[in-house]
Design a protein around this ligand. Sequence first.
Ligand SMILES: [Ca+2]
Length: 288
Amino acid sequence: MKRPENFCLMKLGWLGLAFAMAFGGLPAAETRAASQNLKTTINGIDFEFVSIKPGSFRMGSRRVSAGEKPKHVEVSPEHKVRISRSFQLGKYEVTMEQWNTLMERNPSRRRDKGARLPVDSVTWDEVQEFLKRLNAKDSSHVYRLPTEAEWEYACRAGRKSDFLQGLNENSWWEGNAGNVWKNRDQPGEVLEGPKMPLPVGSKAPNAWGLHDMQGNVWEWVQDWYRPYTPASEKDPAGPATGDGKVFKGGSWLSWGFSKTELQPWYRDYRKTAFRHTDLGFRIVRTAK
Ligand SMILES: [Ca+2]
């Protein structure tokens, strides 16, 4: 697959140059080739990716008040992490139609509500089967879950503060998607959401073009849970084994005055056979 792509790009390069000389603009063919390269199509269903460059960030939380995290989970100390390799992360959470094109059974509670809803109620083990089938369909790439560090790096998207610019502009959470909710910020205001996740990409993306990193459905990552240490790390991928796999990002059911579950540093973990109505995933693609 690589050779024809390179050959094609070489040809398009000359065509693009001619196009640019003729019209004085960006070579349209090259732009199209670059965007096509971030898409995998299986049975007519597209999987779109965003290219994430290497870099460093502060992972975890500097300080957490009592009640802002599950008792069985540590989110501190904040520590420096370097991501040394570029990777491609799913632009969206994996959807019903993407799941259905590879799997016979969809365990999602809302599987009849729309093809572009994120898949939910999938176990970490079932996600591995999905990835195995996806990998079998494409000889040019490797598909896997993101590591927790890759996920948090991409969620933060270069921002030092934890939240995106506007919570309601970027995220589906209980305040706009969940059950009837009394707005503690404005006493007297009562909001009522649709009580379900919403189609992926229906909120604005973060600074790196990724949708729904905070909210909609929680997202399984690759790592077994482990407490953090203050030491700087390069490409951490978690321990070899553990009590449960981590999930990140909060969901349409994340409640809150403090909205802590949606924070990039927030984490929880469960056994690999655990499923829940607001737990899904997104995938990473790398070249073989
Ligand atoms: Ca999410």
